[in-house]
Design a protein around this ligand. Structure first.
Ligand SMILES: [Zn+2]
Length: 684
């Protein structure tokens, strides 16, 4: 019944039932259009019905982020209606060319403005069915009103198609010419996987932007991987792991086809049995992100995150935040359509409830900007960085809390900082990482991406989570105060440079150095004294040029890995050896003679017992000093319990040395001759 959704037909008689401060999460201004004593004003059940709608909007405020006031209207369905409930957005803007729009609720929530007078969305409930209301246990043969209200309101926030069975949009133009569609429609595909082909022209620089370019048979082809109907958006595909099958029965069902997922467990399935309580699945929340909700783009100028918010006054014109999705007409300006491709201004994030928030920062040119978070602590799941500027941009101010909602549940998107560009970013804000794996979530924050720009984290990183580094760009951890996060740091790609003030820990817990990953010390004493250092294919480097010293936890050799020493007097001291060695420990940059202390960079061990050469013989056999024969040995030092790892002449020598100290001198002499004498001498 999509055409009904935009026709203002119902008179408004009702009251405001709920209001929150303007600058808080989305304010839902709900009007009930029923005559007194009926429907939502039924003397017995009216209050419960209104409370159920209220509960649905309160739930949506845990999913959607916004600061605006939304005006919506409910009423009873007409007698004889064959459906449970309906709801849709209003305020679509019909214009020449084409566009993808989310409608009035989206625009009002994000901008506190609307293109026209009237409500932002409206719908009805069919009270000829039995309903289970908020606070009541599900009863047989009754539908759960809160679940159904959430379903309908999710349609209202833009989870719906505006195409008909032939591919025409709201303006009923000939398929193939630009028309007015939902943002949801831009993610419609025929087929899945490598067979997927887009149903719409989504190139905003094309005069045919927002025209149906597919085959309309897709709308009745079910979910055949070649011919069927799917939704493919970046965030939902990430969460769902594949193209999302949409409801596309044959024959076409007007009002149900296309606008629903074909998943009986999903809230946005086209029908619901009685006695069933549902909430949005993770991938359905991600679909809302795909259509634009909770995604904020910085305008790449210096300013404050709260610009545009002054006390209770909201002025979207002054905001630094933008949206590339769903808003085409605002304050007499056009956006997000052919010829007007600039993203529309939106109000700043609220970011206090859901963490399913994406913040995008770009930039270009030769000067950087500083974006100051004056909101305070904000929740988010994704920080996308994509600058081509030759100067670094800075994000500073209040804390960034990654990947955990205000109720402790995990974000549906994996918490990440993603470097897409060549420009550097300095993130001076404190960062909080949380381990939410007990709730099915995440171990902590991942920093990754295909860009090349350096990322510097100069604030304090705290929390129960860990840090994972992927990608070839350099990630620098700097600042004056120690990081205290307790999860594991895993480096699987590129360089993690530890550059806190000497003596302030850059990492909090264990460290895993996987293949392709390097940890580079840029100052003394960056690693915690107790965290296990698991060498799993990566490189632990003491510096560029002059090396730096550190005391670390136990060393665990999980596969062939490298300790790269450099010039100058410095040392790594491991507190113990953990696990059974696997692969080789390659020590590069060591200088000195076999059985002698190193002359520049040194590797020490403590907490390895009284007789480490015997106890850790298999570890010593796995040691490879570059430029020396295989094997290593622990030398005692002047400090009790502290041993230095140095090279030996040959692996067989180690066992002999342990058995008889006298052999040590023999082997040393023999090895030196090996360096100096002709080969013929050795064969004698
Ligand atoms: Zn529906």
């Amino acid at each position: 019944m999509r055409r009904q959704l935009v026709v203002p037909a119902w008179s408004l008689t009702g009251i405001l039932v709920w209001c929150a401060p303007l600058t808080a999460q989305i304010t839902w201004n709900i009007t009930y259009a029923d005559p007194e004593g009926t429907g939502f004003y039924d003397p017995i059940e009216g209050q419960l019905r209104r409370d159920s709608i209220l509960a649905a909007t309160q739930y949506l405020n845990t999913v959607l982020d916004g600061r605006g006031t939304v005006n919506i209207e409910f009423r009873s369905a007409p007698s004889g209606a064959g459906y449970l409930a309906s709801f849709g957005p209003s305020q679509f803007v019909i214009h020449s060319n084409g566009s993808f729009q989310n409608g009035g609720i989206y625009q009002a929530a994000r901008t506190n403005t609307r293109p026209f007078n009237g409500v932002d969305g409206k719908g009805d409930f069919n009270f000829s069915y039995g309903w289970n209301y908020v606070g009541q246990s599900p009863a047989s043969n009754k539908y759960d009103m809160v679940s159904v209200a959430i379903h309908e309101l999710v349609h209202g926030v833009g989870f719906l198609s505006l195409t008909d069975v032939q591919g025409r949009g709201l303006a009923d133009r000939t398929p193939g010419t630009p028309d007015i569609y939902a943002v949801y429609d831009r993610y419609l595909y025929q087929g899945s996987g490598s067979n997927a082909s887009a149903l719409f022209n989504t190139d905003i620089n094309s005069p045919n932007y927002a025209s149906f370019v597919g085959n309309s048979s897709v709308f009745t082809s079910g979910n055949d991987p070649n011919s069927g109907l799917f939704f493919i958006g970046p965030y939902s595909k990430e969460v769902y792991g594949a193209a999302i099958p949409l409801y596309a029965p044959n024959p076409y069902r007007d009002g149900s086809s296309v606008s629903h997922v074909n998943d009986t467990n999903a809230l946005m399935y086209y029908s619901t049995p009685p006695n069933r309580v549902k909430r949005l699945l993770n991938y359905e929340i991600a679909m809302l992100l795909d259509i634009g909700w909770n995604v904020y783009e910085w305008n790449n100028t210096t300013g404050n995150w709260l610009d545009g918010v002054s006390g209770s006054n909201l002025n979207v014109s002054n905001s630094r935040w933008r949206s590339s999705s769903g808003i085409v007409y605002l304050n007499n300006q056009w956006y997000n359509r052919y010829g007007f491709s600039n993203p529309a201004p939106v109000l700043p994030p609220y970011a206090q409830v859901t963490s399913n928030i994406v913040l995008n920062f770009g930039g270009s040119g030769s000067t950087g900007y500083t974006a100051t978070n004056d909101i305070g602590s904000v929740r988010l799941a994704r920080l996308n960085l994509n600058s081509s500027a030759t100067a670094a941009n800075t994000i500073t101010g209040g804390s960034l809390i990654f990947g955990v909602n205000s109720d402790g549940s995990p974000s549906v998107l994996a918490p990440k900082v993603v470097q897409h560009g060549s420009g550097a970013f300095i993130i001076a804000s404190d960062i909080v990482v949380t381990n939410t794996t007990a709730g099915g979530g995440w171990t902590g924050l991942t920093v990754e991406g295909d860009g090349s720009g350096r990322i510097t984290l100069s604030g304090t990183i705290s929390g129960t989570g860990g840090l994972t580094k992927l990608g070839n760009f350099l990630l620098e951890i700097s600042g004056n105060s120690a990081n205290t996060f307790s999860g594991t740091t895993t480096v699987s790609g590129g360089i993690l440079m530890l550059n806190k003030t000497a003596g302030q820990n850059a990492l909090g817990g264990n460290l895993t150095l996987a293949s392709g990953g390097t940890v580079l010390l840029a100052a003394d004493h960056q690693l915690p004294d107790a965290g296990t250092v698991r060498l799993q294919g990566g490189t632990l480097s003491t510096g560029e040029g002059v090396g730096h010293s550190d005391i670390l936890g136990a060393l665990e050799l999980a596969s062939t890995s490298t300790i790269a020493l450099t010039r100058g007097q410095h040392s790594l001291t491991f507190t113990g050896i953990s696990g059974t060695p696997s692969g080789n420990l390659i020590v590069s940059g060591w200088s000195g003679d076999i059985f002698q202390p190193g002359t520049e960079g040194r590797v020490y061990f403590s907490n390895i017992g009284e007789n480490p050469n015997q106890q850790y013989s298999s570890f010593l056999a796995a040691v490879r000093f570059v430029g020396f024969p295989s094997g290593g040995i622990f030398l005692t030092t002047s400090t009790a319990g502290l041993y230095e790892l140095v090279p030996v002449p040959e692996p067989a020598g180690i066992v002999a040395i342990v058995a008889a100290v006298g052999l040590l001198f023999y082997s040393l002499r023999r090895w030196r001759k090996h360096q100096e004498e002709a080969p013929s001498y050795l064969t004698a």
